[in-house]
Each structure stands twice: as structure tokens, then as C-alpha cells.
Ligand binder design. Structure first.
Ligand SMILES: Nc1ncnc2c1ncn2[C@@H]1O[C@H](COP(=O)(O)OP(=O)(O)OP(=O)(O)O)[C@@H](O)[C@H]1O
Length: 676
């Protein structure tokens, strides 16, 4: 035993969080150093190591998940059927009275042909897309409630990440977002290290996810879900796409987790023989119904009782999959046989199939209390005062801001973008090279401003259109596990992306501005730069708005193009004979009007002297072609009568307007997709 002084030193941190329901356990584990475990009634247990860092330990409640007669029926519009149905709505059964029970410490496989309902069952048990679901689901002896989600991890079939992040960055940002405020940053980072070690990811911890192998990606996916120390883990085909060695490694990791008391249910397609036999239980589905539930080692014996004998030396999983993938008649026979075999009154109602196989099946739960009792009883309901989110709005915004900053920097400063910026800068600079302060350059000066205000805003705008579509799958996945508010994501995105997206346009503009010799006054230069920056941000907001509203890149691009080019023409630069009724209103809703107006005034503002040339543009040069005029005269020529400050203010208003509508559109599209 360590000295009492030692213990006291390290309890200091814990005492702050003690309450009547907190248990303490002292372990003298040499491999993990001496630790004190603190276990509360929540999902997260805490271990104190002697260096004072708290590490979450496997002290989450042990949970038995019981599901009984779970059905899912959805309505499909008749015209979507093939062939189209005459009925307006066609009902389709995705799950038909599926029952089962998975205990802590068990690794259970869910198998069946493609489309039999494995993912649907996992979604249902994980509390996702519960529309049209009936039946009972219990976690221990408590009926399933939304708040219990925090005890559940769901590893999706696809490995969805921001692939430019390294493995460690991915896990760190997730830990900072999903672990509660009661843990310090240091504790959360320690938890990341623990997961990296547990999932054997040390070798690729600092490698971008895009460069790691499929098996490693799958483990990062699992690690991301394990960070919150869940009690129940659902995995949808975690071994698909992996070679047999990676699959075996993964199953070994899952087995280690099961040994720590996790309840694990995973769907799997065609496991190798060793993997098949490593499961504690097998649930086999066909056409939305159960056809076998028992130990994998009993599966072949069960099917043999129904006359389906496996050849010797044959992988049992292959045999079973071949069997259920055969014609519909066999599946009907297997479904019927299972119903008979599980039926308790089979003796009173003799059936055509042998009921000899019953001894190979595990009994289905029958809602009796005995099925639901779990010796590790814990209250799984969320405390009423408990926050819905692990961390507050500002903390969420800050972490998402940091992550987005890293991602946007990587995506913005690519070689391609830099080459494009250089090329545009040089072409624009050479085209309008060192314009003289002469009357005949005022039109060229106008076109310089006009084209600068087209190129950069439009190129950033199209980035905005695709922005959500690139991020939607990751954000949806993260929000499905309750990581952060949509508003925090949007706010962080706006704050982090705007400055980064302005860097290339600003550098390029500064060089072009000097090359074209626009206006040497520094204040005017800053003013024009501010107008360009504001135009870029407004244009990006328009892109974000269409991207969020239409949720389809193709359609959003078309809508954005039509809108922007309509607005661009309305400035009246290209045609002076456009009907007044057509441009009079479009002109005032076009951001180009204000940006162009402001920049042009700033360009000609001041007392700079211009040389008259032919008197085509400036009245006072008409009779004095060798004279001079003050640049302000050009403002009159271009009829620029809206105050510079007002132009900027309107642009700023547009920025706020389009960002707000983009957020509303995003929230609206989330509701349409069933997310809140
Ligand atoms: N939202 C939906 N609308 C209509 N049909 C759906 C919907 N979701 C699932 N289905 C259908 O339900 C059936 C079961 O789908 P599910 O994804 O659960 O199958 P699965 O067993 O996981 O298949 P796989 O092994 O190929 O992933 C499929 O036929 C699928 O087409």
C-alpha cells in the first residue's frame, strides 16, 4: 500500500467532485501505476493517476440491451416504386418482430443477406431514425429514452472524417467537443492517448487520415466513438473492405472491449471461420425477420435439423450466407421454422417443420421482469439538471473554430490556388500596367475595378456553394452523436473561414493595385481593399445561402450563377440601353453596384491632377485637350452619387442578411433531413 500521504496528495483533485453517489476504489496496478478510481452514476468514470491526470476508465455502467418485437414500417410514395404503384403510398416493412438480448461482455454478430435490415436494426437500437418503429427496447430494466444515447456509441459503416486532419487531431477535437466540462483539457488529452494506445494507432497518430490504411481508418472511426467511454457499442459492418489480418486485429480489439464490460452488437457480412466462432451470439436476419438466434457454434446444427447440411471443412459463415441468399422459398421456410421453434406452445400446435432445433436457439426476451434485471443496475436516465450538450456554446464555437481554421488553411493555401492567384495577378497587372493619370485611362481604370470585383468574389462564392456539401456528412454524423449545436458550427465556420479566404485575394490585389497604378493615396488604397474584402465575403455568403438552401451542388451552382450574373449585368456597365424597368430594381439588390460605386469613388477621390487627352470623357477637356482636370471630375462622369460610407454600410448589411439566411436555410434543410 502506498503511504496515506501519497493518496491524500492525489485525492485533492477528486474531492471537488465528490457527492453521495460517488464510489472510490484504490488499485495497485503496476502496469498502470497506482490509481484511484472514482465512479459516479453517469456514463463517465474517472481514474486518477498519480501524476494528477484524470483518465476516464471503464467505469461506465454495464448495460444489457433488450429488444422485443421491434418492427419498422415506412411509407414510400407509390411513384418511386419500380414498377410505379397505383397506390399513392406503399408501406414497406424493414423490420418484422425482431427480438433479442445482448449482455455486457458479449460480442454479438448480426448477419444476413444484403438488404435484410441489419443497418435498420442497428439504427433503431441506437435511437436513430425512429420513424415508424414499434416494439420495446430496454437498456437494463429501463425503457429506451433519448437521453440514454450518451451511453451508446454507433460506428457507422462509412469512415466519415475530415481527412486532412491527422489521427490525433481527429481524436483530440472529438474529445474536446464530446467530453464534459467536468474534465480538464489535460484529462481529455490523456483520454485521447489512452484510445490511441488501446486501438494500436500509435504508428499513425500523426499521419493525416487521408494517408492511413482502411483498417487504421476503421479503428480511428471506432476510437472516435469510444472517447466518451460508452457502455453499448453498435458497429455497422466494421470489417467490410478490410483484409483478413486487419479484420482479425479489429475483432481482437472489440473482444478486449467486450472483456471490459462493453455490450457490443455488430453487423458483419461474411466473416472468416475464426472470426465467426469468436462471437458470443449470432443473430441472423432474412427479409426483415429473424431466422436464427443462438451461439455461432450451434448454427450449423440448427440448420441441419431443417435438412440443410453444411459440407465438411466449409466456412460456416459462407454456408449460412449461401443458404439465405438462395431462393425466396428457402428463406420463407427458415423464417417459418424459426417462428415455430421459438414458439412455446408448439406441442399443442404441431407444425410441418422439425422443432428439434429449438435447443440450439437462445430464448427471445418476453417482457418478463426476469429478462430485464441486470445485476449492475444503474440509473441511466439523464439528470434533469444535466445539460443536453457536453460543453457550452462558446466552448463548442471555439473548438470548431480551431478545427475549421486548420482545415480551411490546408484547403485554401494549396499549390493550385497559389498558382491561380499568381497567374491572375500577373495577367491583370500586365493588362493594366502602370496606367498614366490621363483622361483616356479613366475607362480602363473603371474596367480594372470592375474585373477585380468579379474575379475574386466569384471564385470564393463558388467555394461557398460546395462548402456545406463537402462537410454535411461529417457534421451530420457528429451532430447525430450530440456533439455540438448547429449554430456553434455555423458561427465558428463564419469566423474562421472569412479571414483565411481573404488572404489570397488581398495579396493578389495589393500587387495588382501597385502594377496598375490606381491611386497612390494610402487611405484610398485601404478603402478599396476593404470594399474588395467585403465583396468577397458577401459573395461567399450568397454561395453559402444557395448551397444550404438547395443541398445539391449542381442546382446550387445554377441558381448562384443566374443570380450573380443577373446582378452583375444590372450594374449597367455592359449595356446602357437595357430597359429602365428591368435594371432599376435589380441594380439596388446587386452587391456589385455598391462595391463598384464605392471603389470608383475612392479611386478618383482627392485632388490628383489628370492630363486631358481628347475631351471624350471629361467636359472641361473638350475645348482644352492639352489642359488638366482634377480626378473628382471623373466621379461626375461615371455618375457615382452614393456616398462611400453608405455603399460600405449597405454591403455590410448584405453580409449580415445573406449569412443569416444561409443559417436559416441550413437549419431548415437539417429539419427536412430529420435532424434538429
Ligand atoms: N429510408 C428508406 N426508405 C426506403 N427503403 C429503405 C430505407 N432505409 C432502408 N430501406 C430498405 O430497407 C431494407 C433494409 O436496409 P438495410 O440498410 O437495413 O439493409 P442491410 O441489411 O444493412 O443491407 P447491407 O448489408 O447491404 O448494408 C433495404 O431493402 C433498403 O432498401
Amino acid at each position: 500500500m502506498p503511504s496515506s500521504l501519497n493518496i491524500t496528495n492525489h485525492i485533492n483533485v477528486a474531492v471537488i467532485e465528490f457527492d453521495s453517489e460517488t464510489n472510490m476504489k484504490y488499485t495497485d496496478d503496476i502496469s498502470k501505476q497506482r490509481t484511484i478510481s472514482i465512479c459516479r452514476d453517469g456514463a463517465i468514470g474517472v481514474r486518477l493517476s498519480f501524476d494528477g491526470v484524470r483518465i476516464m476508465e471503464d467505469l461506465s455502467p454495464r448495460i444489457t440491451i433488450t429488444f422485443q418485437n421491434v418492427c419498422k414500417i415506412i411509407d414510400i410514395p407509390g411513384k418511386m416504386m419500380d414498377p410505379p404503384s397505383k397506390e399513392k403510398i406503399v408501406q414497406r416493412t424493414l423490420l418484422d418482430n425482431v427480438s433479442g438480448q445482448v449482455h455486457p461482455g458479449q460480442l454479438v454478430a448480426l448477419m444476413g443477406p444484403s438488404g435484410c435490415g441489419k443497418t435498420t436494426l442497428l439504427n433503431t437500437l441506437a435511437g436513430r431514425s425512429l420513424n415508424g418503429v414499434t416494439g420495446n427496447i430496454w437498456l437494463n430494466n429501463q425503457r429506451y429514452e433519448k437521453s440514454m444515447k450518451r451511453n451508446i456509441a454507433y460506428v457507422l459503416q462509412e469512415d466519415i472524417f475530415f481527412e486532412n486532419l491527422t489521427v490525433k487531431q481527429q481524436l483530440t477535437y472529438t474529445a474536446l467537443l464530446r467530453l464534459p466540462n467536468s474534465l480538464t483539457r489535460k484529462d481529455k488529452l490523456a483520454q485521447v492517448e489512452q484510445i490511441i494506445e488501446q486501438l494500436h494507432l500509435q504508428n499513425c497518430a500523426n499521419t493525416p487520415i487521408i494517408l492511413i490504411s482502411g483498417g487504421q481508418k476503421r479503428r480511428v472511426n471506432i476510437g472516435t466513438e469510444l472517447l466518451t467511454n460508452p457502455s453499448v457499442i453498435f458497429l455497422d459492418e466494421p470489417t467490410s473492405g478490410l483484409d483478413s489480418t486487419s479484420a482479425v486485429t479489429l475483432i481482437r480489439v472489440l473482444r478486449e472491449l467486450a472483456l471490459k464490460g462493453k455490450t457490443i452488437l455488430m453487423s458483419i457480412h461474411q466473416p472468416s471461420s475464426p472470426i465467426f466462432h469468436s462471437f458470443d451470439q449470432l443473430i441472423l436476419l432474412a427479409d426483415a425477420k429473424t431466422i436464427f438466434m443462438g451461439k455461432p457454434s450451434n448454427a450449423l446444427d440448427y440448420f441441419a435439423t431443417l435438412g440443410h447440411h453444411a459440407p465438411l471443412q466449409y466456412n460456416p459463415a459462407d454456408f449460412i450466407m449461401d443458404l439465405v441468399n438462395q431462393d425466396k422459398e428457402i428463406r420463407e421456410e427458415l423464417k417459418e421454422a424459426y417462428i415455430q421453434n421459438k414458439s412455446s406452445n408448439r406441442l399443442e400446435n404441431p407444425h410441418k417443420y422439425s422443432s428439434e432445433g429449438r435447443k440450439y436457439l437462445i430464448d427471445e426476451p418476453n417482457e418478463k421482469e426476469i429478462d430485464l434485471i441486470n445485476k449492475h443496475h444503474k440509473n441511466l436516465m439523464a439528470n434533469k439538471n444535466e445539460n443536453k450538450w457536453p460543453i457550452g456554446f462558446f466552448a463548442q464555437t471555439w473548438i470548431l473554430f480551431s478545427r475549421n481554421w486548420v482545415l480551411t488553411s490546408k484547403s485554401q493555401f494549396t499549390k493550385l490556388n497559389c498558382i491561380q492567384a499568381c497567374f491572375i495577378t500577373i495577367v491583370f497587372g500586365l493588362f493594366w500596367l502602370r496606367m498614366k493619370y490621363h483622361e483616356n485611362t479613366i475607362q480602363d481604370r473603371s474596367s480594372f475595378i470592375f474585373f477585380v470585383l468579379i474575379f475574386w468574389p466569384l471564385s470564393i462564392c463558388f467555394g461557398g456553394v460546395v462548402s456545406f456539401s463537402i462537410e454535411t456528412s461529417v457534421i451530420d454524423k457528429e451532430r447525430a452523436s450530440g456533439s455540438f449545436r448547429l449554430s456553434a458550427y455555423f458561427f465558428a465556420k463564419c469566423l474562421s473561414e472569412s479571414p483565411i479566404k481573404l488572404v489570397l485575394p488581398a495579396i493578389s490585389f495589393i500587387i495588382m493595385y501597385w502594377m496598375a497604378n490606381i491611386n497612390s493615396d494610402f487611405a484610398n488604397f485601404l478603402g478599396i481593399l476593404s470594399f474588395l474584402s467585403m465583396s468577397v465575403l458577401v459573395a461567399e455568403s450568397i454561395g453559402l445561402f444557395f448551397g444550404a438552401l438547395l443541398q445539391d451542388v449542381g442546382r446550387a451552382m445554377v441558381a448562384c450563377n443566374v443570380y450573380l450574373f443577373g446582378c452583375l449585368l444590372a450594374v449597367g456597365y455592359f449595356s446602357h440601353s437595357t430597359p429602365y424597368w428591368l435594371i432599376v430594381w435589380v441594380k439596388w439588390i446587386s452587391y456589385n453596384t455598391y462595391a463598384y460605386n464605392g471603389c470608383m469613388q475612392l479611386q478618383f477621390m482627392g485632388e490628383r491632377t489628370y492630363q486631358c487627352t481628347n475631351g471624350v470623357y471629361i467636359d472641361m477637356c473638350k475645348n482644352n485637350t492639352n489642359g488638366t482636370f482634377i480626378s473628382n471630375e471623373a466621379i461626375k462622369y461615371f455618375n457615382l452619387n452614393l456616398n462611400v460610407g453608405l455603399n460600405f454600410l449597405v454591403l455590410f448589411g448584405m453580409l449580415i442578411f445573406y449569412r443569416t439566411t444561409a443559417y436559416i436555410a441550413l437549419r431548415f434543410s437539417n429539419i427536412r433531413r430529420g435532424r434538429t
